[in-house]
Design a protein around this ligand. Structure first.
Ligand SMILES: [Zn+2]
Length: 275
């Protein structure tokens, strides 16, 4: 039995959940913190002699090539997470190819070894964007890890690794069958937010998911992010204007993302970042 641990190397201001308040053109203005979480993750992996796959955002690799080199030097796999963290279904095929090529070029400048894997931001390869798989294969990737089987992904997608198009393997996000559907048991969004919405203890549920996969001797695919190991960032997210922009249409003195829109939205931010 093998488990697959992976890390999407991006910063707190680049996640999809903040797209509506953080303009990509202003990414350079935000304090960079990904090295804090990344350093902690690398230390833990070193301590336990575990190797993982690190999907780098091209924007990060371009500005911080030493992070890519450090990950590779420690024996981990270097892979690609796109350049500007754009959802696949928000792009045309030519835009997707341009973003992917730019990311690949940025990572190759920092790392000369093999680059075999790609993961779309927020697992955004869906039934209507399967065209992206041919482009990924044409760039020379050997595998993709962008599909979430079930709700918010592809409802009838296979839950286990398989060859999805000729010459390209798919490593889907780990899920477990629940009430006729599939529930994800991995990923930063799952750990920070989704499971709290379902009133299930995250660790207990994650362990049940792991047991489910391990009983069947199935490879488990469990992604993390540097911000998941940076408690300081989560505190700052609700305390400093410098951490997150306010929506332009509502210039109040309320800090960061909590100023989103209305009472319900405010509670949602608190739920997802206050822990
Ligand atoms: Zn991401």
């Amino acid at each position: 039995m093998k488990n697959a641990l992976s890390v999407d190397v991006e910063d707190y201001f680049q996640v999809t959940g903040f797209e509506h308040v953080v303009d990509r053109a202003r990414w350079d203005e935000y304090p960079v913190r990904f090295q804090i979480g990344l350093g902690r993750i690398l230390q833990i992996l070193d301590r336990h002699d575990v190797r993982a796959t690190f999907f780098f955002l091209g924007w990060i690799a371009e500005r911080y090539p030493e992070a890519v080199a450090d990950v590779a030097r420690r024996g981990h796999e270097v892979a690609i997470h796109g350049y500007a963290h754009r959802l696949v279904h928000s792009q045309r095929p030519d835009e997707f190819a341009e973003d992917l090529g730019r990311a690949l070029a940025a990572v190759r400048k920092a790392y000369a070894g093999p680059i075999l894997g790609y993961r779309a931001p927020t697992f955004s390869i869906r039934a209507d964007t399967l065209w992206a798989l041919e482009i990924i294969k044409d760039f020379g990737f050997r595998y993709d890890s962008s599909i979430l089987p079930g709700r918010n992904g592809i409802a009838d997608a296979q839950g286990l690794p398989h060859e999805i198009v000729d010459g390209l393997l798919e490593f889907p996000l780990s899920t477990v069958p629940v009430f006729g559907g599939r529930l994800r048991v991995a990923g930063g969004g799952y750990l920070r937010y989704e499971i709290t919405q379902q009133c299930v203890h995250p660790i207990g549920h994650a362990r049940r998911g792991a047991r489910h996969h391990q009983r069947g001797a199935v490879r488990e695919n469990r992604p993390r992010h540097p911000i998941d190991s940076d408690a300081g960032c989560r505190r700052r997210a609700c305390a400093h204007d410098s951490c997150f922009a306010r929506p332009a249409r509502r210039r109040s003195s309320r800090p960061c993302g909590m100023a989103a829109s209305g009472r319900r939205r405010k509670r949602s931010w608190r739920t997802s970042w206050a822990r």
